[in-house]
Design a protein around this ligand. Structure first.
Ligand SMILES: Nc1nc2c(ncn2[C@@H]2O[C@H](COP(=O)(O)OP(=O)(O)O)[C@@H](O)[C@H]2O)c(=O)[nH]1
Ligand SMILES: Nc1ncnc2c1ncn2[C@@H]1O[C@H](COP(=O)(O)OP(=O)(O)O)[C@@H](O)[C@H]1O
Length: 224
């Protein structure tokens, strides 16, 4: 998906004359590595990125809020959305359906806002076909298998059986690390957050994302 450029006056990088297309920042990891925690931190620390809230048929965990963490839907509703073309991508993970609603993402990108996605490798593959250079893919790894299991258990929101299935699923997810642009080993949370922020800041400055750049430089040139 190629988002159209926002007007210069709304330039998210704060420079009149230099606007930018919104980018799609994707986080994937084995379950329990820390995507949700890192996403929340990034959303709290950066005003120009907005979360893509997925739809899922999974049951809400204690504390999860409908419309904020996920849109919790039943299977018929999910299939209706998919059939209507309302999902940018979708996948089955641990026996549940997940998908990305299309309209909010398109609206955010076209107004120059960046969008954060917490989706798995299957979703990344589908988005890659349309997003091209607009997508920045970050893979989060746990420091060790023991840490991963500890985190899944410490979250204390899933049964033993669910934790076991997620540990088994981690091996499959990890096999896809090479399809991503960046790797963060989420050991120290502060450091991981700083790294994610650095990735986002650098990606925002890529020449290919800026619109109006040649006019801006031409103006500077003429004034010299
Ligand atoms: N493809 C795709 N994957 C999703 C979507 N939403 C969530 N996921 C992935 O589904 C997996 C399970 O998510 P969840 O049940 O919230 O468990 P958690 O990752 O352990 O918090 C994770 O790998 C998510 O990244 C989506 O809209 N599309
Ligand atoms: N760097 C970290 N160090 C220690 N615990 C962490 C770290 N990052 C996340 N956690 C904890 O690990 C558990 C799983 O994190 P979560 O963000 O829900 O993972 P995911 O969304 O990838 O499944 C949570 O209890 C969270 O507080």
């Amino acid at each position: 998906m190629s988002s159209s450029a926002p007007p210069s006056s709304a330039a998210p990088n704060g420079r009149a004359g230099l606007a930018r297309r919104g980018l799609m920042l994707v986080l994937s990891s084995p379950s329990g590595a820390g995507k949700t925690t890192l996403s929340r931190r990034l959303l709290a620390s950066d005003a120009n990125i907005t979360m893509s809230v997925s739809v899922t048929t999974r049951a809400p965990r204690p504390g999860e809020v409908d419309g904020k963490d996920y849109f919790f839907v039943d299977a018929p509703r999910f299939h209706a959305m998919r059939e209507a073309g309302d999902l940018l991508e979708h996948a089955t993970v641990f026996g549940n359906f997940y998908g990305t609603p299309r309209p909010p993402v398109e609206a955010a990108l076209s107004s120059g806002r960046d969008v954060l996605f917490d989706i798995d490798w299957q979703g990344v593959r589908q988005l890659r076909e349309t997003a091209g250079q607009d997508m920045v893919k970050v893979f989060i790894l746990p420091p060790s298998a023991q840490d991963l299991e500890k985190r899944l258990r410490s979250r204390a929101q899933d049964s033993d059986e669910v934790v076991r299935r997620r540990m088994a699923g981690a091996a499959v997810e990890i096999e896809h690390y090479a399809e991503y642009d960046y790797i963060i080993v989420n050991d120290n949370l502060e450091e991981s957050h700083a790294r994610l922020t650095a990735i986002l800041q650098a990606e925002r400055l890529k020449i290919g994302r800026l619109t109006g750049l040649s006019e801006f430089v031409k103006g500077l040139h003429e004034a010299l």
